[in-house]
Design a protein around this ligand. Structure first.
Ligand code: DGY
Length: 312
């Protein structure tokens, strides 16, 4: 049987790539030096795109008139033009749930690293600082208040972990969730003013761009810290760096940035910031599960069955 043509917009985790190429005629867009030459023989054949975080915009969709599905190996969808897909009748799938625990673990890890200055402590040992004296005391997490911005699947998993660590959890989002046992703040600035830690767990994209701006950072104040495991676009990064540099914010734990993989040098110089390279879901087991789900969505689509995790 002839294999379905699928464009791989991204380089995937090798076992996922192997499974993809075992089933489909895969065309690696991420390796193409000349896009026009790449698409010329393919444009009337390709029925699917598999992507990780690489952009799938209206132009790419129009290049492939037979495109039926964009399957993303991610929960975030800010790299896909969903409105363009909808207008063209192209289905879109993502990979929710399977990464929730890993991303929540990293959020807690960053919060501990920020409050206890773990990166500074590690350097203190390696550089022989300990031989000269004890490291200065740091701040506890238990007994403090955490504001979760975005009580979705990942926000709820972070909240559960934080509550188990004796933090008081509150949240802000578009609407209160009656099933959630935490206090809801209809106003983000009011919540920021009331908490010690603000964890960002909302989707990226235009609707949430710079939701955490200079005003919210100022409301959090000099004793507050921000953790972001969502998307860099949600925080006004320049305002965040300014507040950290001026000691108007105590710390930040950031897994995501405005212009990844570029991170402003000013941020890398700040001891109050703990920085990780967008690794929320980057474990072997979870990347395999994400890949499996992406492949299962593609298989369901091409078999004419219901999609497992459709978004459009
Ligand atoms: C996601 O799944 O959206 C993660 O951020 C990986 O990019």
């Amino acid at each position: 049987m002839e294999r379905v043509d699928v464009v791989a917009a991204s380089a995937f985790y090798p076992p996922v790539m192997e499974a993809l190429t075992a089933t489909y005629a895969v065309h690696a867009l991420y390796q193409a030096a000349d896009r026009a030459a790449f698409f010329a023989p393919l444009k009337d054949k390709v029925r699917g795109i598999a992507t990780f975080t690489d952009k799938v915009d209206a132009g790419l969709m129009d290049t492939l008139p037979r495109l039926e599905i964009v399957a993303s190996m991610s929960i975030g969808l800010d790299h896909i033009d969903l409105a363009a897909a909808k207008a063209r009748g192209i289905r879109v799938t993502n990979t929710p749930d399977v990464l929730t625990d890993d991303v929540a673990d990293l959020a807690i890890g960053l919060m501990v690293a920020v409050s206890r200055r773990l990166v500074v402590a590690d350097r203190y040992v390696r550089d022989g600082g300990w031989l000269k004296g004890s490291m200065p005391l740091q701040n506890r997490l238990g007994g403090t208040k955490l504001g979760v911005l975005g009580m979705g699947r990942i926000g709820a998993a972070i909240a559960k972990r934080a509550a188990a660590m004796n933090m008081t959890v509150v949240y802000h989002g578009p609407r209160p969730k009656p099933e959630v046992p935490y206090r809801f703040y209809p106003d983000l600035a009011a919540m920021a003013a009331d908490v010690d830690y603000l964890v960002v767990a909302v989707p990226g994209g235009p609707a949430t761009r710079h939701l955490v701006d200079a005003r919210i950072i100022a409301a959090l104040g000099a004793k507050g810290a921000i953790i972001n495991i969502a998307r860099g676009s949600v925080i006004d990064q320049a305002a965040l760096i300014g507040a950290l540099a001026d000691h108007k914010l105590a710390g930040a734990g950031l897994d995501v940035f405005e212009d990844e993989p570029r991170v402003p040098e000013a941020l890398t110089r700040l001891d109050s910031a703990v920085l990780t390279p967008h690794v929320g879901s980057a474990t072997h087991a979870t990347r395999l599960a994400m890949g499996r789900l992406m492949l299962d969505n593609l298989a369901a689509h091409f078999a004419g069955k219901p999609l497992l995790t459709p978004v459009a």
